[in-house]
Ligand binder design. Structure first.
Ligand SMILES: Cc1cc2nc3c(=O)[nH]c(=O)nc-3n(C[C@H](O)[C@H](O)[C@H](O)COP(=O)(O)O)c2cc1C
Length: 372
């Protein structure tokens, strides 16, 4: 599958998820295979243009994640075009526009899903961006704002005409938020009507669902919450699509994923070789006078540790485990213990006990039963 001139090695994509799909998580999913594209968490066009340090951090990615799409939000055509140029300057392969976020904080600024309420303005934004950059500009939208306005089919055509290279549709309205189920009929209808690739998003939890959705006529499938529960989901879907039995994941592998995630977070920007991490142009070009805020990476590892990296890692693990612990035995027990952990070492101990010691005890018990 190709988006503009960008070739995707697989049609399965990690959906953007604010607060969840950071670079460390994306790298680990990518290492398991089956993933054709990663999309960053959404970043503010305003923050990019003003050089706000937190925004710039969210847009970072590492070389091993390629192809990479950086998702931005905003409603001002000039600022969105300028932000797209910053994204292009960071070396990203694709710039994606968020037209799906229903959160009032975003929507009230004429951004996210509220752009779907003003289709011609939305098309103006895409047109300004497509003229400003050479990399493909893509759009991620919902089915519409509400049931009275399920206008994704019209808007998708309008952004295609304005220069978008691909469209993703999450088949729910903004008003639905996450209730009900995603309307894949609508998504595949749009896929049939457009000449650019149309990707679908929504409710894929099992590998077979990912493959079935792909066969419904879309060019690709984005997986969101399912991948937070099972980071091997895209690899398993790729196994199925290739006619192989989907790989099994052992409790030890599940535990190792969390330990690896902790290690990547703890060592972020410390043990990484030059050129591996793609920083926004201003991190190398801006001086303290031109940057509006001090940049954390300019402070050095020791200062960052002092700024509470441990607490940040603990919070990241709590957020992931809320999803990751769903659907497996004693998952709630893990969740409660991780939520009570106060340090990175405590987290490692809990994971070790839960996935390694308890897992081997279960295997031993099974072996003993089989021997009886
Ligand atoms: C915690 C969370 C954060 C999300 N953040 C974003 C985001 O930043 N940008 C975006 O376009 N969609 C975002 N989404 C929507 C997902 O990309 C996806 O379209 C939606 O969850 C439906 O797919 P799923 O059923 O596979 O989760 C988010 C979803 C969740 C659950």
């Amino acid at each position: 599958m190709k988006i503009g001139s960008v070739e995707l090695p697989s049609p399965f994509v990690i959906a953007p998820m604010a607060g969840m799909t950071d670079s460390a998580f994306r790298r680990l999913v990518k290492r398991h295979g089956g993933c054709g594209l990663v999309v960053t968490e959404m970043v503010s066009s305003e923050g990019l243009v003003r050089g706000i340090d937190r925004t710039l951090e969210y847009a970072e990615y590492t070389e091993e994640e390629r192809p990479v799409s950086i998702q931005i939000f905003g409603g001002d055509p000039d600022k969105m075009a300028a932000a797209a140029q910053i994204v292009e300057g960071m070396g990203a392969d694709i710039v994606d526009v968020n037209m799906g976020c229903p959160v009032p904080k975003i929507a009230k600024h004429n951004a996210g899903c509220s752009l779907m309420r003003e289709p011609s303005h939305a098309a103006t934004v895409i047109n300004a961006m497509a003229k400003a950059v050479k990399i493909p500009v893509t759009v991620k939208m919902r089915a519409g704002w509400n049931d009275q306005s399920r206008n994704a089919p019209d808007l998708a055509r309008m952004v295609q005409d304005a220069g978008a290279a691909a469209v993703t549709i999450h088949g729910r309205t903004a008003e639905q938020s996450y209730s009900g189920s995603a309307d894949w009929e609508l998504v595949s209808g749009v896929a049939r009507a457009l000449s650019i690739p149309v990707l679908g998003s929504g409710d894929c939890i099992e590998p077979q669902q990912v493959v079935d959705r792909l066969r419904s006529g879309v060019s690709g499938v984005l997986v969101g919450r399912g991948i937070l529960r099972n980071p091997w989901l895209l690899a398993q879907a790729a196994d199925l699509a290739a006619g192989r039995v989907p790989r099994e994941v052992t409790p030890r592998e599940r535990g190792q994923f969390l330990l690896d995630y902790i290690d990547l977070l703890v060592n972020e920007r410390i043990n990484e070789h030059d050129g591996f991490r793609h920083l926004p142009p201003c991190t190398s070009g801006l001086t303290p006078e031109t940057a509006l805020t001090p940049e954390p990476w300019a402070l050095g590892p020791a200062a960052r540790v002092a700024r509470g990296r441990g607490r940040w890692v603990v919070n990241k693990l709590r957020a992931l485990c809320a999803w990751y612990s769903k659907g497996f035995e004693r998952g709630s027990h893990l969740r409660i213990r991780v939520n009570a952990a106060a340090s990175v070492q405590e987290l490692r101990d809990i994971i070790g006990e839960f996935f390694f010691q308890e897992a081997s005890a279960t295997v031993r018990a099974r072996e003993m039963c089989q021997g009886l």
